[in-house]
Write a protein that binds this ligand. Sequence first.
Ligand code: ACO
Length: 431
Amino acid sequence: MAHVGDVRLTVDGKTRELPIERATVGNDGLSIATLLRDTGLVTIDPGFVNTASCSSAITYIDGDDGILRYRGYPIDQLAGQSTFLEVAHLLIHGSLPSADLLNAIENRVARHMQVHDGIKAFLEAFPRDAHPMAVLSGAISALAAFYPDSTGRGEYEVELATVLLLAKTATVIAYLQRRSVGGDFIDPKKGGTDYVEEFLRLTFAPSDAPYEANPIIRRAMDLLLILHADHEQNCSTSTVRIVGSSHANIYASISAGVGALSGPLHGGANEAALRMFDEIKESGDSIEQFVAKVKDRSEGARLMGFGHRVYKSYDPRGAVVKGLADEVLVALGGNAELFDMAKRLEEIALSDDYFIERKLYPNVDFYTGLIYKAMGFPTGMFTPLFALGRVPGWIAHWREMVRDPQTKIGRPRQVYIGESERAYVPMEERP
Ligand code: ACO
């Protein structure tokens, strides 16, 4: 490991010492912020595989040892013992809430789950078969127009926006599901209700009947939201930070994060993995034949739900999800054939040199689609459910970014490889 003062860089015969920022745990950071000014050189790092864009105290990942901690607490301890709003408070404020505080948070969020009639009209204006991620991104951005008192960067506004985002994103996602199956919107209760229970009621309850969620579905939902709540500087969170760095409001920033999450290489992988299982089944190919196609690469196939930029061992969330899939699918029934196929696919891949050499393991999204499907969600809803879980993480990072004195507007450099200077060619002289 490098130590302060260890790194020297010689450019054109002149040597400089590059400062190192120490991590409490994990990789220290080599600061190159003055490199351009001092040497005229920029650094090149496509996909930011080696670039720390900020210092953060929220989430720690060790990709080699499969460790994930929120504010220092291991994910398996949180998954086993906490609730989603408790974890949201932990991520956003840095500590676990007392029972009284958690109760107050739950009530405050519940009181804000109603959405403005204008938001309902907005959701109804989209085609019923529109992909919910497109609508969700628009709806979150539009919250700024309906709640302008919460768009500032002061403490009161940010606190209000935090509650509104947690509350209204749940209602919007529930309404997106109701709309996709032709149901009417039902009104949220105005308090005295559990967040996950209320989300499930708004999603699944028949309009005129009381509803009590199946305890297995309720607990699975809470757990899945917790597992997705944060993952440090991933593609969507980095997007949220970079949009917010221009002083764009929190809704615009998180709406952009939803856009980033929709991609199949990121949050869209849960949907893509389930589609992949279905396609293998329909194609009549054996699992071995499908794996051979992935390795061959000629058809561009990837094993969706496998591989991760940071984890080079089993994704600790993936391990929890696999156990949950076992529990939920046995209890609720259905999907047994696809679940067996997924487990067999994992087994074959994990013993194949292609995947072993590249350290490719199942990520959190390999099994989640199967669970969501068993819970009654249509495929298009899988990534919005990921987004609902990620809201606290996005909020925590946006708030940390706003308060960090080192934050500057995000503006990478480039190495220009186009034409150097050339003279304008009038139309009549062009070939
Ligand atoms: N199937 C087959 N090969 C793969 C896969 C995969 N799922 N993932 C990576 N590889 C191969 C690449 O082809 C590459 O091989 P090469 O070195 O011979 O060229 C090598 O493994 C390294 O892969 P990269 O694409 O360079 O790794 P990167 O860190 O850029 O990508 C990513 C990570 C995007 C997650 C990738 O593993 C992937 O596409 N996985 C499938 C999509 C997926 O499941 N995404 C969800 C990620 S978790 C999340 O966002 C919640």
